[in-house]
Design a protein around this ligand. Structure first.
Ligand SMILES: Cc1cc2nc3c(=O)[nH]c(=O)nc-3n(C[C@H](O)[C@H](O)[C@H](O)COP(=O)(O)OP(=O)(O)OC[C@H]3O[C@@H](n4cnc5c(N)ncnc54)[C@H](O)[C@@H]3O)c2cc1C
Length: 326
């Protein structure tokens, strides 16, 4: 099995999904890293080649053409397509991020290949690619199998724990210049406007403080932002809070929001529905603050506090300030 991993780079930063996919690729090849290639796209991306080697990439293609600096669907498709044609991969892994979700299915159509989306694990079953993906809000896991010789797979971020293979490994790096057919470029990114927050995105954050319906209104979310600022945490929200207009959708954690995997997840006034848990259950430590001692979130929480969040938040703020000021 020969695997290509699309290692996503955004704003010059390598996404952690690359390490997760390379870890999975190593399992599929029994650590035969010669058969694991990775591709980096964007200006200055070669700086990440060493990291990819440490996670098991035997070869790294570096594509630093102007067309691929900012994500655009068609140049990305043409680049990966040409690498697939040149190198005869059987499996191409990409993240189930907005970028991967956008262009991987199109790639699969172009190659008349199987497409398995949003998977949480991949295995090689006598030469066939079999993957597992959550369905029905994470209540069931479906096993899906590709029927084609070449398969494209998008992997859900923050589910597969990444493991370093060899921190001093260095990959063979190869500069790749795609032969673009510019007449097929049907759209162009005219402008990219950054969001206001300088904090890490929820999917990359190691500390997350989330609020639920109990926040009551958008203004009340300010107390969570103030608390988060003390420790550099990113603020998340339940879908009920988002649907009520208290927080924007990009803050939503859960099955129809973001999957997160922080070291610490604090849930203020969140009941712990199965759909919310689907997005944060792998957090290393979960702290729940809820007035209802029977709230389902307490079954998942490492630390549970039965309290009114409006009383608990100022107490947390004072204590965290003491620690950070010390
Ligand atoms: C197809 C589908 C997809 C979905 N996707 C998602 C998703 O991605 N993410 C998601 O979150 N949900 C999702 N949902 C919705 C989910 O089912 C729940 O409705 C939602 O998670 C509930 O949000 P909540 O816990 O904030 O609100 P509630 O369930 O209303 O819970 C509020 C909690 O706050 C507590 N509380 C009240 N006052 C206070 C106070 N002063 N202090 C402390 N605690 C207090 C209450 O005891 C209660 O436990 C989805 C649903 C469906 C059907």
């Amino acid at each position: 099995m020969k695997i290509l991993v699309y290692a996503e780079v955004r704003n010059g930063k390598l996404k952690s999904t690359a390490a997760e996919m390379l870890t999975e690729a190593r399992k599929l090849t029994n650590n035969n890293t010669e058969n694991i290639h990775a591709v980096l796209l964007g200006e200055g991306c070669s700086a990440h080649a060493q990291t990819l080697a440490a996670y098991g990439a035997g070869k790294v293609f570096v594509v630093e053409t102007p067309e691929t600096n900012t994500y655009q669907c068609e140049p990305h498709i043409q680049t990966i397509s040409q690498l697939v044609q040149n190198n005869g991969y059987t499996l191409v892994l990409g993240p189930a991020s907005p970028t991967g979700r956008d262009f991987f299915p199109r790639l699969a159509v172009r190659h008349k290949a199987g497409m398995l989306t949003d998977v949480v694990s991949v295995k090689n079953d006598s030469g066939k690619i079999v993957a597992r993906r959550p369905i029905y809000a994470g209540k069931c896991i479906a096993e899906v199998c590709s029927q084609t010789a070449l398969t494209f797979v998008t992997v859900r971020p923050n589910v597969i724990p990444s493991e370093i293979f060899n921190s001093s490994a260095s990959a063979a790096t190869e500069k790749f210049t795609p032969n673009f057919n510019a007449s097929a470029f049907k759209s162009k990114i005219a402008d990219v406007r950054k969001g206001k927050s300088e904090k890490p995105d929820l999917t990359e954050a190691s500390l997350i403080i989330s609020g639920g319906r109990a926040m009551g209104n958008a203004d009340n979310f300010k107390i969570l932002h103030d608390l988060a600022d003390i420790v550099g945490a990113t603020v998340g929200a339940s879908r009920a809070a988002v649907d009520s207009g208290y927080a924007p959708h990009d803050m939503q954690v859960g099955q129809t929001g973001k999957t997160v995997n922080p070291n610490l997840y604090m849930a203020f006034g969140i009941s712990g529905s199965i759909q919310h848990l689907a997005g944060m259950r792998t957090s290393k430590v979960i702290v729940a603050i809820n007035t209802d001692p029977d709230a389902p979130i307490f079954q998942k929480a490492d630390y549970g506090i039965v309290a009114d969040l409006f009383q608990a938040v100022p107490l947390f703020k004072d204590e965290l300030k003491k620690i950070t000021d010390a």
